[in-house]
Ligand binder design. Structure first.
Ligand SMILES: N[C@@H](CCC[C@H](N)C(=O)O)C(=O)O
Length: 315
């Protein structure tokens, strides 16, 4: 099986193009055992009504409804395959518009993707807490501390907390609650992606503990949801928000019209190499072989170096 290793803000995936008939949960777990760097598997298959269909699997084998960083990589894959500048990609809950964008830094390929639908209804995450139907910018009484949290589905589930620099620098609080919410608990029956957001001079910084994965360098849907929440609570103005993360930086465009939100995530879509996967008989068996080395990562690392001073206060 041929695979392409890709990343968006260092959120790293194997991308597989082929039929939808494989056992993707099992394949993802095998790939994650062979390469602990990955955060999941992206699959690209034909769509009846769009240019392609994307699915995303977390490293624990669970399937998510969306993946923002992954969609940028799939956008590049489909646009380059079609020789197009834009495309429509079918995802679990919506067909999303994607387009090639101008390189911000030499050699760093950039793509913009629509993030939709957006819902603050707790039933859409799902989240259950007493008889509340939404939870916006308020401390959760069952948690310790006074962090204001917002629950939002884009459409995968996110819980976004606004925290100061100290809690951002020490991720143990976030880890404790994310582990609880993604295990047996009465509030999130399907788990949740938990992000801690801190305003910085150039925008916001977001660290995410992903459902089905753990801490990641970046989560695209979480960054976009965090940009929306930051606009709504007045941390940053509506419009273009620079969102920094442990793996780099993206731009999230947040527009509001008649109570509806238009969200776009723009950032890198970097190819790391072509791989061949040989299946074995058990999870630990099988092998991954690098068959096509690629040289895009140094340009991405130069970009990271240039923006690193923006987040120095959080290190
Ligand atoms: N990394 C992704 C989100 C992947 C899915 C997430 N772990 C979930 O289960 O909802 C992104 O970039 O959005």
């Amino acid at each position: 099986m041929e695979l392409l290793k890709v990343h968006g803000s260092m959120n790293t995936f194997f991308l597989y193009e082929g039929s939808d008939r494989e056992d993707f949960p099992q394949l993802t777990k095998r790939l994650a055992a062979l390469d602990p760097e990955i955060d999941g598997l992206l699959t690209v298959s034909p769509s009846i009504h769009a240019d392609a269909k994307m699915r995303v699997f977390n490293t624990d084998g669970s399937e998510a409804s969306m993946c923002g960083n992954g969609l940028r990589c799939v956008a590049r894959f489909v646009c380059e395959r079609e020789g197009a500048e834009q495309a429509v990609i079918e995802t679990m809950k919506a067909d999303l518009a994607v387009q090639k964008e101008r390189e911000v830094d030499a050699g760093v390929k950039m793509y913009g993707v629509e993030i939709s639908p957006v819902s603050f209804r707790l039933a859409d995450l799902p989240m259950a807490f007493e008889d509340h139907t939404e939870w916006r910018h308020r401390a959760l009484p069952f948690m310790d501390g006074e962090i204001p949290f917002t629950a939002v589905a884009v459409p995968n589930p996110h819980l976004i907390g606004i925290v100061g620099k100290e809690l951002q620098k020490d991720p143990s609080h976030q880890e404790k609650w994310a582990a609880y919410f993604n295990g047996e608990n009465p509030y999130f029956s399907d788990g949740v992606n938990l992000s801690y957001v801190t305003p910085i001079k150039q925008g916001i910084f977001v660290r995410t503990y992903e459902r089905g994965v753990g801490f990641t360098d970046a989560c695209g849907t979480a960054m976009t949801a965090s940009a929306l929440v930051s606009c709504l609570v007045g941390l940053v103005p509506f419009g273009d928000v620079s969102v920094f993360n442990p793996g780099g930086m993206v731009n999230c465009s947040v527009k509001s019209a008649d109570g509806h939100y238009q969200l776009k995530l723009s950032g890198n879509a970097t190819y790391l190499g072509g791989y061949r996967f040989h299946a074995g008989t058990s999870l630990a068996e099988g092998g991954l072989e690098l068959v096509k080395p690629m040289d895009e990562q140094p340009a991405y690392e130069r970009f990271i170096e240039k923006i690193s001073s923006a987040t120095a206060e959080l290190r």
